[in-house]
Write a protein that binds this ligand. Structure first.
Ligand SMILES: Nc1nc2c(ncn2[C@@H]2O[C@H](COP(=O)(O)OP(=O)(O)OP(=O)(O)O)[C@@H](O)[C@H]2O)c(=O)[nH]1
Ligand SMILES: [Mg+2]
Ligand SMILES: [Zn+2]
Length: 292
């Protein structure tokens, strides 16, 4: 029986692209669903063709990775898209995204878009911080095409998810990378925020890779994560914390805090600010869950 990749889903149907490139609109029989085999985009499935362009899924292959929100199977990497301008580079959003991506076991790649209208020096200093932490960083412009060849090269042979705040230009990048497959892009609202133009996920071919455009989410849910796991995503803070006077130091107010002492040298102020903000939010979530 033929095999393929699920490239789109909607109202009980699954669009499957077979290895030869042909597409089939497939149904998922109750028998397969009952085996708790939910099928999402990125899944590899075995199917039986019932006509030239329709079929029935008989089995889902084991997944290499699973991203719960947006739901994507077998993704290799998440391109964390930020903007250098309109909206301005948002460290807290990026740090939350990096944490969620690495806890899902996926490789993050940072791409700062809208370089054509941004202050390059500011973008460079924002990105240097992440380069020093070991992240791969690129700059791009969906308008001038700068950086797109490098971005395409990074996506070769992989399933990549484009994620990031609304309005940073994810869909514009995808349209520039895969011309001829125009998806709707949004006008920025007057306050410089995006409008969540993209509302559904699908898998699109870019070069010899696949890319998932996701609706820009303004909030990434941190409920369901353990604090030590989230804290572990701030490796430079964890490394410095060994030197704090108190082993329970929260790095917010205690005396002889090695983390606060390292701010400005080994730790960037923006990263400690993100760490503290994420902890406050995680605590709030926990208290809410405790009450319910
Ligand atoms: N100057 C400039 N504008 C850009 C660039 N990329 C996108 N834009 C503009 O930014 C606005 C938002 O772009 P979208 O591609 O819809 O953003 P998005 O990230 O897909 O937003 P959501 O779908 O809401 O998550 C549009 O007005 C684009 O024309 C860029 O590289 N340079
Ligand atoms: Mg979009
Ligand atoms: Zn401390």
């Amino acid at each position: 029986m033929p095999e393929g990749v699920v490239i789109g889903t909607g109202s009980g149907y699954y669009r499957v692209q077979a290895e030869g490139g042909e597409q089939y609109l497939c149904r998922l029989p109750g028998r397969v669903r009952r085996q708790r085999q939910s099928v999402v985009i990125g899944d590899r499935v075995v199917f039986q063709a019932t006509s030239e362009n329709s079929g029935t899924i008989s089995q889902r292959r084991l997944r290499v990775s699973y991203l719960p929100r947006p739901e994507v199977a077998n993704a290799d990497q998440v391109v964390c898209v930020t903007a250098g301008e309109g909206p301005v580079f948002d460290h807290l959003f990026l740090d939350r995204l990096l944490a969620v991506v690495s806890l899902a076991g996926l490789l993050p790649l940072i791409c700062c878009n809208k370089i054509d209208i941004a202050d390059r020096r500011l973008v460079d200093s924002s990105l240097d911080l992440y380069r020093q932490l070991g992240y791969r960083c690129l700059v791009s412009s969906a308008v001038t095409g700068e950086g797109l060849a490098e971005l395409t090269a990074c996506m070769t042979g992989k399933i990549s998810v484009l994620a990031g705040q609304s309005g940073v230009g994810k869909t514009s990048l995808l349209n520039a990378l895969a011309p001829g497959r125009k998806r709707a892009i949004g006008e920025l609202s007057k306050i410089g925020r995006g409008r969540h133009t993209t509302t559904a996920s699908c898998l699109l071919a870019v070069g010899s890779g696949w890319v998932v455009d996701t609706p820009g989410f303004s909030r990434l849910d941190l409920a369901g994560y353990n604090w030590p796991d989230l804290a572990g995503c701030f490796s430079e803070i964890q490394a410095a914390a060994a030197g704090c006077r108190f082993s329970t130091c929260s790095h917010s107010h205690e005396p002889q805090c090695a983390v606060r002492n390292a701010v400005g040298s080994r730790i960037a102020p923006a990263r400690l600010a993100s760490f503290l903000a994420i902890r406050v939010e995680w605590e709030k979530n926990r208290q809410k869950r405790g009450k319910s």
